[in-house]
Design a binder for this molecule. Structure first.
Ligand code: MN
Length: 493
């Protein structure tokens, strides 16, 4: 089974997404290192800039095969060849609605052009993929005929695109089973997620005999997107036991890279790679997972397999076992009665409709246990911001870190970004900002802002803390310092 990734082509056609060239290179390198078989680097005939980036990716010397998209036109193919791609992907619309409204060709003309252009591609390059665009809405005998003609003319792989995402798994299986014996080339599928069936249809195609699948990182793509790389790969590997060649341990890292570069945040409940994919809040689940993770996780897919981590979170459903474990992580060991009181107070905070952060838990635990407040390694003394229409936002901070005064200044995209970066400079341990959430508690321009921040250390441990105030920058800085102080406490410092 081979994985064909089209993040840089269909994914880049996501409404609102435009990738910088250096980011495209980084994504291509990441995909290749992860073991993706083919990378569709773009549609060279669409613009000069696209041509340059496809050519540059083809010249990177990556392990993955580099593909360029082309309409069924010799002039488009020439542009692809000029970009030095190893696989030319030619497509032509085949459904009646497309023939009538977009290309205005008869079925016979479509077949003739297909034969001619594919033969032309094969005169210049060994690998050619054919796509009958809108295949799932194409008259079936015609789809068989054009796909067979493409394979006979030299297409080395024949793609079946569910261009507008209207197929269902059963129909997809029928389609693949009909095409397979009549088309003398391996079959591939390209499924869209308009009805949320992209991964299901892709898997159905594999079960019916398709030997390649098209995916994008985080399922991005036109409209509702394409089949998701991480989900598709994990279903194939973990459920069906099909080897894809993808290094699954790098799926989360890949997802985050693409999310950062595209600016498309993932919903927390995104399968496999989302923040909550291996998080547990309820008492029963947390207790079970602490005893044996497979009790309330798939088991055949662990966080380690995909480069994720398991996390117990606080909330009104939290139980004693999870709280005991979370306190042990920061070297607190309450007795049974004390633990009951801590759990009760955590639930009381959650029941007020508030998110319960790690900082809240420790504050509660410290009150109940009568121990000293969290040792503050960082004590924020002063923060000054400069921002304006014609100046780059700059923050300078002064803080006492481990008893010594430190100062740092940093620029940023905005005042909050500058402040958080400046704090990052004086921090005694390497942390990354995982989450930044801001909420206006009251209305109006004098609203009280409530900022929640999560930071992660190199070992993947995450702590969150919050702060409120009428100054967004100050509240953000305080929340950041609080979260970092928790993290350094967990270090035993
Ligand atoms: Mn598409």
């Amino acid at each position: 089974m081979t994985i064909f990734d089209t993040t840089l082509r269909d994914g880049e056609q996501t409404p609102g997404v435009s990738l910088r060239q250096d980011h495209k290179f980084a994504i291509a390198r990441q995909l290749s290192e992860c073991g993706v078989h083919t990378i569709e680097a773009g549609f060279p005939a669409s613009s000069e800039a696209e041509r340059d980036s496809v050519r540059a990716i083809a010249r990177m010397g990556l392990e993955a095969e580099i593909c360029g998209l082309s309409r069924m036109l010799k002039s488009d193919v020439d542009v692809c060849l000029d970009c030095e791609v190893e696989l030319v992907h030619v497509f032509i619309p085949t459904s009646e609605i497309q023939l009538v409204h977009t290309i205005r060709k008869t079925p016979a003309e479509v077949i003739e052009t297909t034969r001619e252009v594919i033969a032309y591609v094969r005169e210049h390059v060994d690998r050619c993929m054919f796509s009958a665009m809108d295949a799932t809405r194409t008259d079936l005998p015609f789809l068989v005929e054009v796909s067979r003609a493409a394979a006979e003319a030299g297409a080395t792989i024949v793609n079946v695109p569910d261009t507008v995402g209207v197929c269902t798994p059963t129909r997809m299986q029928d389609l693949i089973r009909t095409l397979e014996p009549q088309v003398p080339a391996p079959l591939d599928v390209h499924c869209h997620n308009d009805f949320g069936l992209a991964v299901a249809n892709t898997i159905a195609a594999v079960e019916a005999g398709a030997s390649q699948v098209q995916v994008t990182v985080n399922g991005i793509g036109e409209r509702a997107g394409n089949a998701d790389l991480a989900q598709t790969v994990m279903v194939l590997e973990a459920i069906l036991g099909v080897s894809t060649g993808v290094e699954t341990k790098r799926l989360v890292e890949t997802s985050r890279l693409v999310s950062r570069y595209t600016g498309i945040a993932l919903p927390p409940n995104q399968p496999v790679v989302g923040e909550n994919a291996f998080s547990h809040e309820s008492g029963i689940h947390s207790h079970g997972v602490l005893a044996n993770a497979a009790t309330f996780e798939p088991g055949i897919m662990t966080p380690e397999m995909v480069g994720h981590r398991r996390r117990l979170t606080l909330g009104k459903h939290v139980g004693r076992h999870a709280v005991r474990q979370m306190l042990a992580d920061v070297h607190l060991d309450p007795g049974d009665t004390e633990l009951d009181r801590i759990v009760e107070k955590v639930k009381a905070v959650a029941n007020r409709g508030k998110r319960v952060t790690d900082a809240d838990l420790y504050e509660i635990a410290e009150t109940v246990l009568g121990v000293e407040a969290v040792g503050r390694r960082i004590d924020l003394q002063d923060i000054a911001i400069m921002t304006g229409t014609h100046s780059i936002p700059t923050a300078s901070v002064r803080a006492v870190v481990d008893g010594a005064e430190r100062v740092a200044a940093c620029t940023g995209n905005g005042p909050v970004d500058a402040a958080l970066r400046a704090i990052g400079r004086i921090v005694p341990l390497p942390v990354t900002l995982k989450e930044f959430e801001i909420e206006a508690i009251s209305g109006g321009s004098d609203a009280i802002a409530h900022v929640t921040i999560a930071v992660e250390d190199e070992r993947g441990r995450i702590f969150d803390a919050s702060s409120s105030g009428d100054d967004i920058v100050l509240a953000s800085a305080e929340a950041m310092v609080n979260a970092i102080n928790l993290l350094s406490r967990a270090d035993g410092a």
